[in-house]
Write a protein that binds this ligand. Structure first.
Ligand SMILES: [Zn+2]
Length: 253
């Protein structure tokens, strides 16, 4: 076996392979997104059994084979265990991991996205923030990390500082009330504009610490939905589950 590579990351998904193996998809600091085989990990006696679970964050030792990596060891520092015991939180976490897997690549610097996912899962686990709000903040920031979210500081047409306005689906940009066409479908209150700019620019570790009215939250989710629809070219089953499980703007739990 080759010399091990120590990496730090989070397990995005786990798939059974053959009779007793698992394939794990990891987002890592060192290798970007990478998949690895965990041989025998479905045997209850295997040391890899308990550590190859979705959302596990920690240090992993990989060995590079001819066509794939093999996982030999894991030291998990955060299991996010509470997520697995709550249907709605677990569905959110799966949707976040699904989107993360969609937007990340092998051998790319994904440290920003790794930190974003980590703090989003922490926010979900703590339960202090509405799940829909964690979702909106996570999705908008993920889009921003990938250069797919416009600035909300200025009107895209007249360049005036934006206070309230609308989101133009034709331009995929915000417009001020003076430049907005009549009967715009996606209004943006002043608080929504402020929040979108906050999500786009704030340090990731301070991103998940605010609350909003349901009206602002629904505007935020609408923007996130429009941007994601235009950026993603395939079905996202885990994310679609959220529209079944979570109300559009749930009351605070
Ligand atoms: Zn304008």
């Amino acid at each position: 076996m080759s010399e091990g590579i120590e990496i730090q990351g989070i397990i995005l998904s786990v798939m059974p392979v053959g009779e007793a193996d698992r394939r794990v998809l990891l987002l890592t600091r060192e290798l970007g997104k990478v998949s690895a085989f965990a041989r025998g990990a479905r045997r209850p006696t295997s040391p890899l059994c308990g550590v190859t679970r979705p959302f596990s964050f920690g240090a992993f030792t990989l060995h590079q084979g001819r066509s794939a990596y093999t996982l030999s060891k894991a030291g998990i520092s955060e299991y996010f265990e509470d997520l697995a015991h709550d249907v709605e939180k677990s569905a959110c976490a799966m949707a976040f991991c699904e989107l993360t897997a969609y937007f990340t690549r092998e051998n790319a610097d994904e440290t920003g996205t790794l930190a974003l996912l980590y703090y989003a899962l922490r926010a979900l686990q703590s339960g202090k923030m509405k799940k829909r709000l964690v979702q909106a903040a996570f999705e908008c920031r993920l889009l921003s990390e990938n250069g797919l979210m416009p600035a909300f500081s200025h009107c895209a047409r007249c360049k005036k500082t934006l206070e309230s306005g609308v989101f133009s689906t034709a331009l995929m940009q915000p417009l001020c009330t003076d430049c907005a066409p009549k009967n715009s479908l996606y209004p943006l209150q002043k608080s929504t504009v402020y929040t979108l700019e906050f999500i786009r620019t704030e340090e990731v570790n301070r991103l998940f610490s605010f609350d909003l009215s349901d009206q602002v939250l629904s505007e935020l989710l609408a923007v996130s939905e429009i941007l994601l629809k235009s950026a993603v070219d395939r079905e996202l089953p885990a994310r679609q589950m959220l529209s079944v499980l979570l109300s559009p703007a749930e009351p605070h739990q």
